[in-house]
Design a protein around this ligand. Structure first.
Ligand SMILES: NC(=[NH2+])NCCC[C@H](N)C(=O)O
Length: 578
């Protein structure tokens, strides 16, 4: 184990047990990074009260029994009873060396869990909007991170592929003609098709009547209607996959588990809730009333699970998702990466499902709330004419702008290489902008900021790792060969860089627990900066002697691997050159 904080925690806990009895061996030793030492153990202050002794005495008692000679160069009691811990340089070097021979970069293998993760979930025959973009990008980063940690991640793309709009969509498909140019638009510009269908529905009584009849046929399972519905879904899948491949996200058709998947479960869900006395008919609709959910005038807010016309809605399908994920997917932990406004919906659905006994207490359900993406006017991002933005156009513009950045920086490269780099940088910039702020906050979409080569941006980190690759090219060494070098830590910049490298595993673990990829972004940004200071202060290729050169090249190799691995779990490409 390479995490100094974890190692020191265990050592201090042993000392606590030895000094005050085994019941203290699990007390939190309160190890914190400190400006006066590498770390401080602050447990003595809290314990003093409990023990009725002076904090400094408690600290001395701990220090006396503390066995850290192999890890620390100095242990010193300061102030009212802080224990300052300064790590040994050779310990830091040894632990960093360990990272180089570990494909997991120090990340411990956890007890693997089954984790279904619901993300992206665009709607059939509709444009994906920036909100979908963000759940797709954040969800994918979480899926990758949990997978890297060693869990069994089950991607669930809950696309909106059912409901009353399909009546008008199917009728419009028939009017436009199957395989017509207009139908083909669904693969590239779904909104045009949707709007045309909607316009028909709103203006033609004849069309509206057909559309309503079509909904009944669809729900009744009419074969021809289902075939047409499937065609709409298939055309939309082409569009979704185009977006996914442009973004480089890991979702495939195998991960599709849309609303329609759960149709067969819905009647039974309602029956069972009724049987259990959890649901009751109110104004013709079957509703669940839960304690603690009241509206403006104190009226109870119902979770409607069957409408008065007999139809099922979003709530019923989501009851099915959680039941299915527990019972069939054997989930240990279930994540829903969905827009923040849907929080009330999920809380009510899960409360109901738990009451019904479908979700045991041991299974955690989490709504990873996605905040809005805003335009420069601080309103939900739209085009100037107020229409929602076409996602593909947005991505194309990012690549277009990145093309200019790359052209300025690398006029020496051929067009094709430059175009490839521009794609990786443009998409990387958009994705990183979504990831680097905490997922539940709103942020302003700003091309200039996300594409900047300075600051906590995708292009800055991509550039940082590309620059390291160029060091190896210049030195005629491969990173793999360099990794065999023996690390020695003497200069303070080397020490800082090595300590930063040891922070990778705990950070990834923390992201797995908190589901906050922005913590990994902040870590990688700090690491890249630690490398810059190191590279400024410590000659690498021109180091004084061969041993020093080998050590610094090994540190450089460890940095490259960590940056590339970190970007990879975020889903951001790391170009060879930039
Ligand atoms: N299980 C879920 N409800 N997942 C999220 C679905 C998101 C929905 N399709 C939307 O566009 O808002």
């Amino acid at each position: 184990m390479a995490d100094p904080q974890e190692v020191l925690s265990q050592r201090v806990q042993s000392a606590l047990g030895a000094a005050f009895g085994t019941e203290f061996a699990e007390t939190d030793p309160v190890i914190r990074p400190s400006q006066f030492a590498d770390y401080q153990a602050n447990v003595a202050l809290a314990l003093a009260k409990r023990l009725g002794r002076k904090p400094r005495d408690v600290a001395s008692a701990i220090e006396e029994r503390l066995d850290v000679d192999d890890v620390c160069r100095e242990v010193e009691i300061s102030g009212p009873g802080f224990i300052n811990l300064i790590l040994r340089d050779d310990w830091i070097a040894g632990q960093t060396q360990g990272l180089l021979s570990d494909p997991r970069l120090g990340v411990a293998q956890p007890q693997p869990q089954n984790i279904p993760i619901d993300y992206s979930a665009p709607n059939v025959a509709k444009e994906m909007h920036v909100g979908h973009l963000r759940t797709t990008v954040v969800g994918d980063a979480l899926a990758r991170t949990l997978e890297f940690l060693g869990h069994n991640v089950i991607r669930q793309n809950h696309i909106g592929d059912w409901g009353t709009p399909f009546g008008m969509l199917i009728e419009h498909l028939l009017d436009a003609g199957e395989h017509s140019a207009e139908a083909d638009l669904l693969k590239t510009d779904p909104n045009a098709f949707y709007q045309a269908a909607k316009a028909q529905f709103d203006t033609s009584e004849e069309f509206a009547t057909r559309a309503r009849k079509r909904v009944v046929l669809l729900q009744g399972g009419d074969t021809e209607t289902l075939r047409l519905w499937q065609e709409l879904v298939d055309l939309s899948k082409v569009y979704f996959n185009k977006v996914y491949s442009a973004l480089g996200v890991t979702l495939t058709d195998d991960d599709l588990a849309g609303e329609s998947t759960y149709n067969d479960m819905l009647p039974e869900i309602c029956d069972e809730l009724e049987r259990q006395g959890l649901a009751e008919v109110s104004e013709g609709a079957l509703c669940v009333f839960l304690d603690g959910y009241t509206g403006r005038e104190g009226n109870p807010v119902p979770l409607i699970i069957r409408k008065s016309d007999g139809g099922y809605g979003y709530a019923t399908t989501d009851l099915a998702t959680v039941k299915y994920r527990v019972e069939e997917l054997k989930a240990d932990r279930i994540l829903y990466v969905v827009g923040a406004p849907q929080n009330l919906h999920f809380r009510m659905v899960w409360d109901t499902a738990r009451k019904a006994g479908w979700v045991p207490d041991t299974v955690e359900t989490t709504h990873v709330q996605i905040g809005n993406v805003l335009g420069s006017d601080h309103k939900i991002l739209r085009t100037r004419s107020g229409k929602s933005i076409r996602l593909m156009e947005l991505l194309d513009e990012a690549v277009e702008r990145a093309t200019q950045v790359v052209a300025e920086n690398r006029p020496d490269l051929d067009d094709e290489t430059r175009a490839q780099i521009a794609r990786e940088v443009g998409i990387g910039a958009v994705k990183y902008a979504d990831l680097s702020v905490s997922h539940d906050t709103e942020y302003v979409f700003d091309f200039d900021r996300m594409l900047a080569l300075t600051g906590n941006t995708g292009p800055y980190l991509q550039y940082a790792q590309a620059r390291i690759r160029s060091i190896f090219r210049k030195g005629g060494v491969t990173p793999e060969d360099a990794a065999a070098g023996t690390i020695k830590v003497t200069e303070s910049a080397e020490r800082d860089l090595a300590l930063a490298l040891l922070g990778f595993a705990p950070t990834v673990q923390l992201v797995g627990e908190t589901l906050e990829p922005h913590r990994l972004c902040a870590y990688l940004f700090d690491l890249a900066q630690a490398f810059t200071s190191f590279y400024d202060q410590c000659p690498v290729l021109k180091a004084e002697d061969a041993e020093l050169r080998a050590s610094r090249l090994a540190l450089t190799a460890a940095t490259l691997r960590t940056l590339v691995q970190g970007l990879d779990v975020l889903g951001v490409h790391a170009p060879e050159q930039m």
